[in-house]
Design a protein around this ligand. Structure first.
Ligand code: ZN
Length: 239
């Protein structure tokens, strides 16, 4: 899965939020594609730390990995605050973060990945790019319905028809749990990449950047910190 060189002469656009998952996706793409551009979405997140994290991550990759620095291209930030206002959730409004039995967590933003893909595809068309890369996964995500393979396949089909461009969506994390994602980081860029992701990528739902743990910054007890910490411990214990 990580050894393909078939697409090395082409380009990819990575949906890059500055979180752990999309940071690993960016490294994955840089290993495979000659030109890699990044896109981030400002949809009125409560915590703007993500937007800072994505810039630091890119700078860190450029500084530590000369081969990747040659391939990394433009960064784009698209304003989706209008969408954020429509699709309020705990991430965009001041609501309590909770995992409710039998229901979607309040951190679910309805339609988010679908909207991101529409904007990414429109941008990719302008940039003459067919391949989109996203960190969606089915393993760890509390059943977010827009992370499912079947949802993503349907959306890519709609985009291919509607924009008349042969899009391909790569989701290298689809079947990996958080321990597997840490393992993939190490496989792609060794301890240097793991350290960069620990120090600069952001996951915490509460936007905490003041407490540094072995697995990164965060409050330590929100669902996102919990997943990230448990995955890190499981990966270190197994490696
Ligand atoms: Zn947290």
């Amino acid at each position: 899965m990580t050894s393909s060189a078939a697409s090395s002469s082409s380009a990819a656009l990575v949906l890059f939020s500055g979180g752990q998952d999309s940071s690993v996706c960016l490294a994955w793409a840089l290993q495979r594609f000659e030109r890699v551009e990044t896109v981030g979405f400002d949809y009125g997140q409560r915590h703007h730390v993500e937007m800072t994290a994505r810039l630091k991550l890119r700078e860190g990759l450029i500084a530590a990995f000369p081969e990747w620095a040659r391939r990394i291209g433009q960064d784009h930030v698209l304003d989706l605050k209008g969408f954020g206002a429509v699709a309020e959730s705990a991430l965009t409004a001041d609501r309590e973060i909770a995992l409710r039995e039998g229901a979607l967590p309040t951190t679910f933003v309805p339609g988010r990945n679908l909207v991101f893909l529409v904007y990414a595809a429109a941008l990719a068309d302008r940039r003459d790019i067919d391949v989109l890369v996203g960190g969606m996964g089915e393993a760890d995500y509390s059943g977010y319905p827009d992370c499912r393979q079947s949802t993503l396949d349907a959306q890519v089909k709609a985009l291919t028809l509607g924009i008349e461009r042969p899009y391909r969506l790569e989701t290298p994390l689809m079947l990996l749990d958080k321990a597997g994602i840490w393992a993939l980081s190490h496989e792609l860029g060794g301890e240097a990449l793991v350290r960069l992701i620990v120090e600069e990528s952001h996951t915490c739902y509460r936007g905490d950047r003041s407490h540094l743990h072995p697995w990164g910054y965060g409050c330590g007890d929100c669902p996102a910190c919990d997943l990230r910490a448990k995955g890190y411990d499981a990966w270190r214990a197994a490696s």
